[in-house]
Ligand binder design. Structure first.
Ligand code: NAD
Length: 501
């Protein structure tokens, strides 16, 4: 459907549920010129939600982000109704009610009778199988998922989800509507967590496991994931924002739906926090203390102003060595095949301990954690093999300090912090593609536009090298002896060299 056809065909959009998501979806449709009918079991709360939206838009107009005329037209297009019978003229209905299978099934049973057989019927569920909701309908081919992200008017991603019996024609039309609303639609098969909530589990699960293992504090991990790796928010700050109970519930649902696959195993730490009612921002105490004026712990950066007497960088710039290329120290920079600072080799971790790497290297080893962009990163996370003495450590830290970077040091541990988390995310993204949940292109779009990752995970794996991703995961698998770290066949395939023709 082109834009012109859509303008003619998509006149009335029905939204059921006037909560956080429902009112956001109303705003999107009304801003793009559709008439919206809004129904909620609680009519007063629907009217209140429209009033609050009006207030929000007025504030935007005051700041000059939108015209007063647009505010009036948007609000005038939204009509709160007290009966689903008003949905008979809808071209598209999006349901955003309570997350309950039976209540959603009942609703769609009614909607398929009230609406025309050509009307599109979509659910915004974040965790229930589309196939299961559709199973209650006379014509299950009509239902699909249209999963918006919060806040719906701001977040670009919409997962368009196919149930087992969904008519592909509806999916095409749904994608066209999303594009018309300037969203980024991706196509997913109905499966636990769909794309984003499945792949992103590792962003919480792996840092929680590291904390459980006592490898680092939650604030050290958050600092590494933001300042060193390049994510917008650290996993622990993000869990506090989402709500520990909500995050724990999604983790449990996905784990159960995946038949207890160890990759999705929820964390005991979260279970304990839910029991203690320390649920994050909403209870003012989660990993962080959110009471007004509360002081939270901060990481200890290591700073040294020692002079270092040698810096060698590889002649051919690698992904890891790129950060050294513009750095000149007293013009004393040698070209070689490794990064060497004062007799110590600096390497990107590959999932082995620094002491294992040093055992096969000719010199002491400092392992560096992963970053999406080493040149831009503010902080660098390191660990050392036992032979690295204080003299060398001081010089390595000084070298990074002089490059304008803060330094954090962790104990010698496999894959450090960012690398361990990112390879687990890549493994999950790859496995979603391997299992037919979505395409490689869509999994990358999903993580960029649904959760604001700095890069698509598979595109980044390509940059880093599939071989490096594969060996890191295999080293983690061997170290922990836990199937949680088993390599997706998708990566195994890409990491094998093909015969040159
Ligand atoms: N909140 C999020 O971040 C988010 C993100 C994506 C998807 N979702 C999904 O969107 C849906 C709505 O979530 P929300 O956060 O907006 O919930 P919410 O609790 O803010 O709002 C739900 C609204 O639905 C109404 N409602 C309940 N049962 C109803 C019924 N039978 N008929 C009509 N109205 C009914 C309630 O009165 C309430 O106003 C859920 O399926 C949720 O999983 C939520």
């Amino acid at each position: 459907m082109d834009e012109h056809t859509l303008k003619n065909d998509l006149k009335v959009v029905g939204v059921v549920g006037a909560g956080t998501m429902g009112i956001g979806i109303c705003e999107v449709a009304a801003r793009y010129g559709q008439r919206v009918v809004l129904f909620d079991v609680n009519k007063a709360s629907a009217e209140h939600a429209v009033g609050a939206l009006h207030e929000r838009l007025r504030k935007s107009a005051f700041k000059g982000k939108i015209s007063k005329q647009e505010v009036k037209e948007t609000i005038d297009r939204i009509q709160v109704v007290d009966d689903l019978a008003h949905f008979s003229s809808c071209d598209l209905v999006i349901e955003a009610i309570i997350e309950d299978l039976v209540i959603k099934q009942e609703l769609f049973k009614r909607l398929e009778v009230i609406t025309s057989s050509l009307a599109l019927l979509a659910t915004n569920t974040s965790s229930i199988s589309i196939t299961a909701i559709a199973a209650g309908m006379k014509d299950p081919s009509r239902l699909f998922g249209m999963h918006f992200f919060n806040p719906a008017p701001v977040m670009k991603l919409v997962e368009v989800i196919a149930g087992q019996q969904t008519n592909p024609e509806w999916l095409k039309q749904a994608k066209a509507i999303c594009k018309y609303w300037k969203k980024v639609p991706v196509l997913a098969q109905s499966s636990p967590g769909f794309i984003v909530n499945r792949v992103a589990r590792s962003y919480y699960g792996e840092p929680l496991k590291m904390m459980q293992e006592g490898l680092a504090t939650f604030y050290h991990i958050d600092t590494v994931m933001t300042e060193a790796a390049g994510f917008r928010m650290g996993p622990f700050a993000l869990m506090d924002l989402i709500g520990i109970d909500v995050n724990y519930a999604v983790s449990q649902t996905v784990y159960k739906a995946m038949f207890n696959d160890p990759r999705f195993r929820p964390s005991l730490i979260q279970g304990e926090m839910v029991a203690a009612n320390t649920l994050g921002k909403k209870t003012k105490q989660g990993f962080y203390n959110h009471h007004e004026g509360a002081a939270n712990p901060k990481v200890d950066y290591v700073h040294r102003d020692a002079q270092f007497n040698q810096l060698t960088v590889p002649e051919e710039e690698t992904f890891f060595s790129e950060m050294f290329c513009d750095f000149e120290y007293n013009q004393r920079k040698w070209q070689g095949d490794k990064v060497i600072v004062s007799g110590c080799e600096l390497r990107l971790s590959d999932g082995r301990l620094a002491k294992e790497v040093a055992a096969e290297s000719e010199m002491p080893v400092c392992l560096v954690d992963l970053s999406f962009n080493y040149k831009k990163s503010k902080t660098i996370n390191l660990c050392f093999s036992p032979e690295v003495n204080q003299f060398m450590k001081n010089r390595i830290v000084a070298c990074f300090n002089q490059m304008g970077k803060n330094v954090l040091v962790t104990d010698d541990q496999p894959a450090l912090i960012a690398l361990r988390t990112i390879v687990m995310l890549i493994n999950e993204a790859a496995d979603a593609v391997f299992n037919g949940v979505c395409s490689a292109k869509d999994v990358d779009l999903s993580m960029r536009y649904g959760v604001n990752y700095p890069k698509g995970l598979l595109a980044f794996a390509e940059e880093l090298g599939w071989g490096h991703v594969a060996s890191t995961l295999e080293n983690l698998h061997q170290w922990f002896g836990d199937d949680r770290y088993r390599l997706s066949p998708y990566i195994r395939h890409l990491s094998k060299p093909s015969r040159e023709i």
